[in-house]
Ligand binder design. Structure first.
Ligand SMILES: *Cc1c(COP(=O)(O)O)cnc(C)c1O
Length: 404
């Protein structure tokens, strides 16, 4: 059986096809309609949860095509795969048990012991720890490079370099790497390009359109949007996703069908949420930038942001995230966080409720104070994930808290 034929068979499982195309339809429309099984299963408008670990054997010839939950092929998985591919204009996608499962499985698919890989120097803490402990243990070589300095990439490249990994909007300083140069660098040297696209979400940025090979997500954040599940996604070409899918089948970081169902439900409102959150974060960033107690605000929508022009060119919105420092440092930051009524003091991001955290105590507490300082993350830095509250209420809350 030819590969194309094999693929068609897989997409037609459970007697339905899952269309990822949607041709020229806009993002909002794809969110709702892409990936729906055709014909609908049992006539259902919303695909029900397929909580069956096994299905009747139908002569599948390849182990990875056997219909078994761990192999990521229930109707709930297939609908999400087609929807996610359509959202980023890519050929294929795969959901995983967490963002870390997406990241680790993708990395272990593209590099082997003896290979070398380049990483942007500002990474999600979990990714950073995986690289310096687990990948190092496996004998995979790596270097961290300045994501905004293409000349340093050239200098760090070796004959065994296979891939380059970046975050499209960095945490917690909201820097926008030179993403166009990264794609050109990878294409010139035959490297695979991987990008963690969690912060912008597919609404604001679609890496495949720029030429990235793999886009990774913590679907726990904006894609689901309700802070009530953990999930991940890998998006890219049919050939690469098939390799990642086989690796995931072995490593076992599979998303449960019930979580698939919830993620699919959450994702349908991504566009309305992101539009509100993009505006809310920009309004709050502008308010804070004009406040006398505030020393510095990081948000790519502000004209004074060092990569503002690049963000406007590459992104459709600048995300619901921002961070800032007060002149009063750690003490003033803690006093303000205590006084805030609306944002919840908690890590993570991308939910409907606004969240506030000090990265030095949470997401970046694993780094040494020196390493944090070198990356520009002050101990008093406050990170905000703007939720769906009324923007005026949120600004009013910050205004009152800064009075204290
Ligand atoms: C949260 C996060 C992750 C990890 O995702 P989990 O779903 O928690 O495993 C990876 N990258 C970024 C940018 C994140 O914010």
């Amino acid at each position: 059986m030819g590969r194309e034929c094999e693929r068609r068979t897989r997409r037609r499982q459970a007697g339905a096809a899952y269309h990822s195309g949607m041709g020229t339809k806009h993002f909002d429309t794809r969110l709702i309609h892409a990936g729906l099984p055709s014909p609908p299963l049992g006539g259902a408008v919303v695909t029900p949860v397929f909580q069956s670990a096994i299905c009747h054997f139908e002569g599948e010839e390849d182990y990875h095509d056997i219909r078994y939950i761990r192999l990521n092929n229930t109707p709930n998985h297939l609908e999400l795969h087609a929807k996610l591919a359509a959202l980023e204009g890519a050929e294929a996608a795969l959901v995983t048990a967490s963002g870390m499962a997406a990241i680790t499985t993708a990395l272990l698919t593209v590099v082997r012991p003896g290979d070398h890989i380049l990483f942007g120097s500002t990474l999600y803490g979990g990714t950073h720890d995986f690289v310096v402990t687990d990948m190092a243990e496996l004998g995979i070589e790596y270097d961290f490079v300045d994501p905004d300095d293409p000349e340093s990439w050239e200098a760090a490249r070796r004959t065994n370099t296979r891939a380059f990994y970046l975050e499209s909007l960095t945490n917690p300083l909201l820097e926008v790497p030179d993403l166009e140069a990264a794609v050109a660098f990878c294409q010139k040297h035959g490297l695979l390009s991987l990008v963690d696209n969690t912060f912008p979400s597919p609404f604001n940025f679609r890496p495949a359109e720029l030429g990235f090979d793999l886009s990774l997500h913590s679907a726990t954040k904006y894609l689901n949007g309700h802070s009530d599940l953990v999930a991940g996604a890998v998006i890219g070409s049919t050939e690469l996703i098939e390799r990642v899918r086989r690796k995931l089948g072995h490593l076992g970081g599979t998303l449960d069908p019930h979580a698939c169902f919830l993620l699919c439900r959450g994702m349908k409102t991504l566009a309305v949420r992101m539009r509100h959150q993009n505006h809310g974060a920009l309004a709050l960033a502008r308010f804070l930038a004009g406040h006398k107690a505030v020393a510095r605000v990081n948000h790519p929508g502000l004209t004074e942001h060092p990569q503002h022009e690049r963000a406007m060119r590459l992104f459709d919105g600048t995300s619901g995230m921002l961070s800032f420092e007060l002149f009063g440092g750690v003490e003033a930051a803690d006093r303000m966080i205590q006084a805030l009524e609306l944002p919840i003091h908690a890590p993570s991001l991308g939910g409907v409720e606004s969240l506030v955290t000090r990265p030095a105590l949470t997401s970046h507490s694993g780094m040494s104070p020196e390493a944090r300082a070198a990356s520009g993350i002050a101990d008093g830095l406050v990170r905000v994930s703007v939720g769906l509250e009324d923007s005026n209420d949120l600004i009013g809350d910050f205004e009152a808290a800064l009075e204290t």
